[in-house]
Design a binder for this molecule. Structure first.
Ligand SMILES: Cc1ncc(COP(=O)(O)O)c(C=O)c1O
Length: 430
């Protein structure tokens, strides 16, 4: 039996269960139309075309401030950094800055976007397991607050390139393997990210001796889409063995809710777990940083598609005008999503909701219980706010979708749809 059928069998057979996966405030209006941020989804699809990423701006702001307030309440000396790889666009960077959180960037491109959005460099933290000279020079030139040392070459490079004393953290592998997809686990021995405990000790010694680096503390991040809190506490205990520091960055990784069956911890519970562990293992005066990505943005986003064709049979295939060009999570991680027709919520006969790309693996939702899908319907996939925009691509020459914010019944375009001219713009035609 497929995962979809399991979900179908055990959830409350309530026509409106889909709303639980959407931003809070999502509703069905008197005409049966799904509404997010006060906007009817079929109207948004009509106005901006499909596929389109739609973000509920109020829900995103309240999620972000929820993380911020939870950390402030649990640990006076702390800061939330949005792991911007989860949604790297200037509108999102700007929103994060407005909500009083910092950002982490991995690579020159994310740094450029954060700076273009007006993020205070002091609140930018730079990651990467392969930072180039050019990227480090850019980060140093911008005056970023913290650079996370991933390897000994980072130390050599910063010492060579910096003109002022740069504050750094050392990324440590705590030897903790959370229960998540292999490609998302980063805390286990042998991870490509960070340094083993003995190597970290060596790096810490070198940095303490360096006149050009200032050692702020240590960093750890054990992976992504983690729904069991215990490994987070284990990681805090593990890194405490390295000694006392001013700053501990405890990473991100909290899981998001994608399906009817998922039940991830709340941000408050996650931060409570981290700070309880910090109280047990870390100095009371230290500064705690966290870097959530997925859990901050996933639920605020949906993707709107239009049905292009319905092929009846066993199974029935409902093909839409997007797919793995705008959502790689399914093929990369086997992530399950849920979907509905925008003006017919409920439980229909399960169909295979597939994309338009030339791969059998281009399936958005297996056994999706869509109600009577027909050509032209707007289909909504829930919880696509994290990493889908990030990994959008031009497979089969697909144009990357726009991003639209909805709030209080109004929409605004924050990233336009790609055009065929964009597709051709880099090609040398001579
Ligand atoms: C160093 C680091 N911090 C934070 C994150 C954010 O993780 P998540 O989106 O699961 O919260 C990642 C993503 O994998 C990461 O590599």
């Amino acid at each position: 039996m497929t995962v979809g059928c399991v979900a179908f069998a055990v959830v409350n057979n309530d026509d409106l269960s889909f709303l639980e996966l959407l931003p809070s405030g999502a509703a069905v209006d008197g005409e049966g139309e799904l509404v997010i941020g006060g906007c009817r989804l079929r109207d948004v699809a009509q106005r901006y075309g499909t596929p389109t990423y739609l973000i509920d701006e109020s829900n995103l702001r309240s999620t972000v401030s929820g993380f911020r307030d939870a950390l402030n309440a649990a640990w006076g000396n702390g800061r939330v950094h949005f792991a911007s790889k989860a949604f790297p666009s200037t509108a999102i960077y700007r929103l994060m800055a407005e909500e009083g959180v910092g950002v982490d960037v991995a690579g020159g491109g994310e740094l450029q976007m954060a700076l273009a959005a007006g993020v205070d460099p002091e609140t930018i933290l730079v990651h990467g397991n392969a930072k180039t000279d050019a990227e480090l020079a850019m980060a140093l030139g911008a005056g970023v607050g913290l650079i996370v040392i991933d390897n000994f070459d980072d130390i050599d490079r910063i010492e060579r390139l910096t003109e002022r004393r740069q504050s750094v953290l050392v990324r440590v592998i705590p030897d903790v393997r959370p229960d998540t997809h292999d490609a998302m686990a980063t805390g286990q021995r042998g991870s490509k990210f960070g340094l083993s405990m003995p190597d970290a000790e060596e790096a810490l010694k070198r940095i303490r001796r360096s006149p050009r680096l200032h050692l702020d503390g240590v960093h750890t991040h054990i992976g992504s889409q983690i729904t069991d809190l215990a490994p987070f506490a284990e990681a805090v205990a593990a890194i405490s063995a390295l000694g006392d520091f001013d700053t501990y960055d405890l990473g991100g990784g909290l899981g998001a809710r994608y399906t009817y069956l998922d039940n991830p911890p709340t941000p408050q519970a996650w931060i409570g777990c981290l700070t309880d562990a910090a109280r047990r293992h870390l100095p009371a005066t230290s500064r705690i940083l966290v870097e959530p990505g997925r859990s901050m943005v996933a639920r605020s986003g949906v993707t709107l598609y239009r049905v292009v064709t319905v092929k009846h049979g066993e199974p029935t295939f409902v093909a839409v005008d997007g797919g793995m060009g705008d959502n790689l999570d399914v093929s990369l991680y086997g992530q399950r999503f849920e979907a509905t027709v925008a003006n017919r919520l409920g439980w229909g006969k399960p169909v295979e909701l597939v994309g338009r790309h030339c791969e059998s693996g281009d399936r958005l939702v297996a056994a999706a219980p869509l109600v009577d899908p027909v050509v032209g319907d707007v289909v909504v996939v829930a919880a696509t706010g994290a990493y889908c925009f990030t990994m959008a691509n031009n497979y089969n020459g697909a144009l990357k979708p726009p991003v639209v914010f909805a709030r209080d019944g109004a929409t605004r375009l924050v990233v336009r749809r790609e055009t065929y001219d964009d597709l051709l713009a880099r090609d040398e035609t001579g």
